[in-house]
Design a protein around this ligand. Structure first.
Ligand SMILES: [Zn+2]
Length: 375
């Protein structure tokens, strides 16, 4: 699977379509037939727009001058400078069209903002059509990329050439996957790149404040997936992943996971006494520790366990295995793995069996009887 993406799609659209404050819905009757696809708006044929000119020049400077320089310049110092310039141009360009949709901007002009996004969509759809004309299956497309199924190098190059000629948009190869899977709702996807590295949309497993046993399970899943070379071994991987998740679930239920593996670790960012309004969990744990320790300094890492008692938390040093709040840990496990499992169409509830399903609906019921809701 080859992913192609559109480099600076919106600036290109603004430049090519002459979008600007004074050109979109201009006063000339003869321009009204120059419609913007997907909108009721038209754009001027007689005059070049101010924003279109400025954004166009800056875009060209960035794409054709500073970006190549930032890659090629021999002098490392110079290269760094070019990088800064191209990044600054990017920020400026991106901000310059977004503002037309902001009420606080003096030249607030919703039709310009609408036209920009509509033409962005239009360009992607047109590119998709081109791909289909070339008999290239498009697996998936989002705001700035297309996933192409097994194209040849020539086909990709032709698509890039055609989109540049017909739409004046720079397509480039973004990533190449060995394989990629999409969730049923196509919201999440997960793939293995040609170099064997996993690539997961919206990867959440890396958060630092995640208990070690969840991190380890997450990395295990990634490892299993990286080993899958084709669809057949992929099917096996799914089963392996289900087993791994189930095993962790059982270990958690049977309290076979050590406190050290269960601990959340959060650093103290300000002195304990400064927490007056709210008391996050690691602060509650730290205060319990103070009974046994003289001081806890800023920067010190607090390790705590979620427990079933009233406070709901204990420092790892004071907690016992039988006090662990298993349900809370299941929730943490669920939130971390949700995205990956969803992309693989694995149901967390199914793995955990009927018991936890009850727990899930029990929780829902509580929400419904919440006193804030109208009767
Ligand atoms: Zn006009």
């Amino acid at each position: 699977v080859v992913v192609v993406d559109f480099a600076s799609l919106y600036p290109s659209v603004i430049k090519t379509w002459n979008l600007s404050y004074e050109t979109v819905r201009c006063p000339h009757p003869e321009c009204q037939d120059n419609k913007i696809p997907g909108t009721p708006h038209w754009v001027c044929k007689k005059k070049r727009g101010m924003m279109s000119t400025v954004v166009g020049i800056l875009r060209d400077l960035r794409v054709y001058l500073y970006k190549p320089l930032a890659k090629k310049a021999e002098d490392l110092m110079l290269r760094e400078q070019y990088k800064v310039v191209q990044a600054a141009l990017k920020v400026f360009i991106n901000a310059s069209y977004g503002v037309f949709g902001a009420e606080t901007f003096p030249l607030y002009c919703p039709p310009v903002a609408e036209s920009t996004t509509a033409l962005g969509r239009y360009s992607i759809l047109k590119t998709m059509e081109m791909a289909l004309e070339m008999k290239l299956p498009v697996l998936y497309g989002d705001t700035d990329s297309l996933f192409l199924w097994n194209p040849t190098e020539d086909q990709v190059n032709e698509l890039i050439k055609r989109s540049l000629e017909e739409l004046q948009i720079d397509l480039g190869i973004d990533k190449v996957y060995k394989w990629v899977v999409f969730s049923k709702r196509k919201k999440n996807y997960l793939g293995i790149l040609v170099d064997g590295k996993p690539d997961i949309k919206g990867l959440t497993g890396k958060k630092r404040n995640t208990p070690e046993f969840i991190k380890q399970l997450f990395y295990k899943i990634v490892e299993i997936l990286s080993d899958a070379e084709d669809m057949e071994s992929f099917e096996n991987s799914i089963e392996e992943i289900k087993d791994a998740v189930r095993k962790t679930y059982v270990d958690l239920k049977k309290k076979n996971i050590s406190l050290d593996q269960l601990a959340f670790r959060v650093a103290l960012t300000k002195p304990l006494h400064e927490y007056t309004k709210t008391t996050p969990q690691h602060i509650k744990a730290a205060r319990q520790l103070l009974r046994y320790k003289k001081t806890i300094d800023v920067g010190e890492i607090i390790s705590y366990i979620k427990t079933r008692d009233k406070t709901g938390v204990k420092p790892v040093q004071l907690a016992r295995i039988d006090e662990v709040d298993t349900e809370k840990y299941l929730e943490a496990l669920r939130t971390t793995l949700e995205q990956v499992l969803d992309a693989l169409d694995i149901s967390f509830d199914e793995i955990m069996g009927a018991h936890s399903l009850e727990g899930y609906f029990g929780q829902k019921k509580k929400e419904i009887t919440h006193p804030m809701l109208p009767k």
